[in-house]
Design a protein around this ligand. Structure first.
Ligand code: IPE
Ligand code: IPE
Ligand code: MG
Length: 253
């Protein structure tokens, strides 16, 4: 039995949920289909989960849609994924606007084909004024790319005298990440039974609660999301302190 929406304490929602949407290819193969069939069905899960997060009032949802390493997949799969992206982004803009969702993108946009960048820019511009859920698509993203990029830009600003290297602290680094405008994820979900991070938000996930499920991404629906959130709400987040300290602090509020 999956928990229902009523089992969730909406006052203690994770502010930011990040998802590694994995298992499209295996799901398709299990159906005797091509991998792209899985990606195609994965879009339905994206719609369902975005809607679920918007309904609950989650502030930020980051979806890992394509990693830097995914460029090394067979060309036919990469091309299929890129055209699926163009189609989906184009079609979804009215729904995003209807639900007051603002789209953001993190990743190396220089690697994306011009057609993808074009529809992406349109979607970013057309949803820029929305004030509800922030939907962050990680496209051509990898954490090591992001960190190297941040270091490069910090070095440039140091060499131009814009920052004093001795004043560099965690806030400085945070400001140079592609996620500078977003709080760190509090809950990270990975579907399809793989227990790894695959170059996703390495810095930002420092204190995230990790949730792994065997469900393949094309089968992941709101009920599965609720299950992950209920699990999150039953955990004690200690941030290095003792359980006793955490309990005392909770009693004081
Ligand atoms: C996740 O599903 C989607 C992308 C990485 C684009 P996969 O394509 O990785 O599916 P599996 O892991 O091979 O089943
Ligand atoms: C991670 O999934 C990237 C995305 C979900 C977009 P992969 O399927 O590419 O990761 P690995 O290769 O199994 O680590
Ligand atoms: Mg995979």
């Amino acid at each position: 039995m999956h928990p229902s929406i009523n089992d969730i304490d909406t006052k203690r929602l994770p502010k930011h949920i990040a998802i590694i949407m994995d298992g499209n290819g295996r799901w398709a193969e299990e159906q005797g289909q091509e991998r792209l069939y899985g990606h195609f069905h994965g879009v339905e899960s994206v719609r369902n989960i975005v809607e679920g997060c918007a309904e609950l009032g989650v502030g930020y949802l980051t979806l890992y849609a394509f990693s830097t390493e995914n460029w090394d997949r067979p060309q036919q799969e990469v091309d299929g994924l890129m055209s699926l992206l163009v189609d989906t982004i184009h079609k979804e803009v009215p729904t995003l606007n209807k639900n007051n969702i603002q789209l953001h993108v993190i990743g190396d946009r220089n690697m994306l084909p011009p057609a993808v960048n074009l529809v992406l820019q349109e979607a970013l511009d057309q949803t820029a004024a929305n004030t509800g859920l922030n939907l962050i698509m990680a496209l051509s993203y990898s954490s090591r790319w992001e960190l190297v990029n941040a270091v490069k830009h910090i070095a440039i600003d140091v060499s131009e005298g814009k920052i004093n290297p001795h004043s560099i602290n965690q806030d400085t680094l945070q400001q140079y990440l592609s996620t500078s405008k977003f709080p760190d994820p509090e809950l990270m979900i990975r579907t399809s039974g793989e227990y790894r991070i695959s170059n996703f938000l390495l810095y930002q996930l420092a204190y995230a609660e990790l949730y792994f499920t065997n469900t393949r991404w094309p089968e992941f629906r709101k009920e599965n999301l609720y299950e992950a959130i209920v699990d999150f709400q039953n955990r004690e987040r200690r941030f290095g302190k003792t359980g006793k300290q955490v309990k005392n602090e909770a009693e004081q509020v």
